[in-house]
Every structure is written in C-alpha cells, then in structure tokens.
Ligand binder design. Structure first.
Ligand code: SAH
Length: 346
C-alpha cells in the first residue's frame, strides 16, 4: 500500500531544518535526522536514538521513511551478485555487485524500464514506467555495500550507473543521488570512483559540464556512422552523432576529463574497416578511451558478437592512432546480470 504520508527522504537538509523550526524545535534537529536517514540508513523513526520520544512520534505521525527491499538475490559462479530490488510501490529494478581483484563495483539502475530503444538491450523492451528517486538509487548502493562486506569482506569501491534506465533522462534525481553518495553526511565516496554511462543525450552532456560534475562519463557509442547507429539505437535519429560529438567536445573543454566510449563489435553490423576508420576519426579531436565490451546475447539472435579478427582490427587501428583501448569481459552472464541483460526475468 502506498502511504498518504509524505516521504521524509524527499526533503532536502534545508527543508528538514525548516520543518523543525516550524514545529518550535531547533534547526539543528534537521541535521541530526538527515544524518540518520542518509549516513546511518535507518528505516524506522524509533531508531533515531538521539531524538526525543515525543519528536519521534511527531515524525511518525507526519512522515514515512520509504525504502527499497532486496527481494531476491542471485549469485554467479564468478562472484557477481544480482539483486532484484523492490520499490515502495511494488515496481522491481535490478542492481549488480561486480567483484574483481582490485575493486568491488556496484552497478545501479536509474529508471524502472528505460526511456530509450537500443535494439540489443533487454531493458529497452520494458518501457519506462517511472524514474527512480534519489533515495532509491542511494539505497541500491547501500545494499550492495553491505553485500560486499558480507560476501567479499571488502567495502564497495566503485559505482557505475549502468543498470536499468538512461541516467540522463532522470537527470535531477541521478545527480541528487550522487550528491548523497559523495557528501559528508552520506557515504563519503569520491566522485572519481563513480561513472555515469549514457546512451548519448547531447543536451544533458553539456548540462553535466555546466554543472561542473566531478564524476566520470561513459558514452555508449557502438558506431561512429550515423546510419548504422540509427539502426541499432533508433533514438539516435534525434540525438545525432554530430550533436553528440559537439557535446563531448564541450564536456572536455570544460572538465578536461576524457570520456570513455563503450563499444560492442557485432557481426555484419559494425565489423568492417569502414566502421573502424569512422571510430578513429570520431576519436581524433577529443581525448578519449575506448572500452570494447563483450556482447551478451538477449534471446532472439538478431545480434551476434563479431569474431576475434574484427576485434583485433579495431584494437590494432586504435592503438596505431594512440587511442587507448581496453577489452572488457562480461561478468555474471550465467544469472543474466551482465550489461544489457537486466530485464526482471525472475
Ligand atoms: N542507458 C545507459 C546505461 C545502461 S546500459 C547507456 O546506454 O549507457 C549500460 C551499458 O550496457 C551500455 O554501454 C549499453 O550499450 C550496454 N549494453 C546494452 N545491452 C547490452 C548487451 N546485450 N550486451 C552488452 N552490453 C550491452
């Protein structure tokens, strides 16, 4: 049941301070409650032990503390853990814990379903139902951090916004969640350890630069030929490569930080020399890195990973042009937790 009371986590710190003043209490009480909610992550007013009983029951009468529940948890042979996360109104999203030798990474969702229509991605088949709130993104990180300590004996080290949804189509809430994750009262994580991945929304990439964000940006490029990109990512008809390129130039000029391009090489789609040359050309004017990612099949076989020869051609030409390139192997494939496989199958 969705409660009629207001979610206290929708209030900013300033709003909480004002609330306490409005009931004749001290503004400072707002800071204390804020810390309980965002740093200590409690879900019940009665756990706020430095707040008087009277105030706690006043809060109880006026507010709820909405929070996520980890509904089910699947473990992969490679240590990857996928969470099905239930939201307060019953929707389910997925988030993933990816452990490697040197880091443990949380991959979080930003929307229920997705606003965009990449043909190779399982999430795009679930139409966008709603945006996640900042606290719903934050809670996924907290849940994964706890799992990381429990199952891998290590705190979370990195976060990628690469789960379900297009983060730049939920701009305000995504940035708010990052503020909570990086702030003193929140999780105190360095923004350098956070990467936002976008399918490429030029206007919003420029906005990120204007807002002087300190986290990393990854762009799912997949083709540097407009015609090809439109075929596999139809929204690219409106968000053209030309505009995308311009927005990335803008980002670099303002932030001086390199963008990472995520790129899958598919058989008969982008595996020719012409495709490689277009990518090299696209990369020339602005410093960047290429992450060649393995394709994770999503049932119907329309898309197939290209053979290693095609991959080698990419690597060879990129390296020759001094464009840094890495190859990323998939994790958690056996539990459908890999990139593009998140579709609430369970
Ligand atoms: N909407 C954002 C973030 C979610 S997708 C974006 O597009 O970047 C995260 C990454 O997974 C993207 O690079 C996306 O292109 C990639 N991806 C989607 N489907 C995939 C699949 N089936 N196999 C491998 N990667 C996939």
């Amino acid at each position: 049941m969705v409660s009629e009371k207001k979610d206290i986590r929708a209030l900013s710190k300033e709003e909480l301070r004002e609330f306490f003043v409005s009931i004749g209490d001290k503004a400072f009480r707002g800071n204390q409650v804020y810390e309980w909610l965002w740093n200590k992550g409690i879900h019940n007013f009665e756990d706020m032990t430095n707040i008087s009983k009277e105030t706690r029951s006043h809060l109880e009468q006026n507010f709820v503390i909405n929070h996520i529940e980890v509904d089910s948890l699947q473990k992969s042979n490679d240590g990857t853990i996928k969470n099905a996360v239930k939201l307060h109104d019953g929707f389910v999203v997925e988030s993933v814990l990816i452990p490697t030798k040197s880091r443990t990474t949380a991959c979080v969702s930003s929307q229920v379903g997705c606003s965009l229509d990449c043909k190779f991605c399982a999430t795009s088949r679930l139409k966008r139902m709603r945006n996640l709130n900042p606290d719903e993104i934050f809670d996924q990180v907290v849940a994964i951090h706890k799992e990381s300590l429990l199952y891998h004996d290590k705190p979370l080290s990195n976060i990628v916004y690469m789960g379900m949804g297009e983060p730049l189509m939920n701009y305000k809430n995504v940035l708010e969640s990052i503020k909570m994750i990086t702030s003193e009262e929140g999780l105190r994580m360095s923004p350098k350890r956070i990467t936002l991945s976008t399918s490429g929304v030029p206007k919003m990439i420029k906005k990120l630069a204007d807002d002087e964000v300190k986290f990393n940006l990854a762009v799912s490029l997949h083709s540097a030929i407009q015609e090809t990109r439109e075929q596999i990512m139809p929204f690219a008809k409106s968000f053209t490569l030309e505009d995308l390129h311009e927005s990335i130039e803008y980002w670099y000029a303002k932030t001086k930080r390199r963008v990472t391009y995520e790129y899958i090489v598919w058989k008969d789609i982008n595996d020719t020399e012409k495709d490689v040359d277009a990518l090299v050309q696209f990369c020339k004017s602005v410093p960047c890195k290429i992450n060649l990612i393995e394709y994770n099949p999503i049932d119907d076989g329309e898309f197939q990973q290209a053979d290693n020869l095609a991959l080698d051609l990419y690597i060879e030409k990129l390296e020759k042009n001094r464009i840094p390139v890495t190859v990323r192997r998939s994790r958690g494939k056996d539990i459908d937790a890999a990139c593009g496989q998140l579709a609430n199958k369970s």
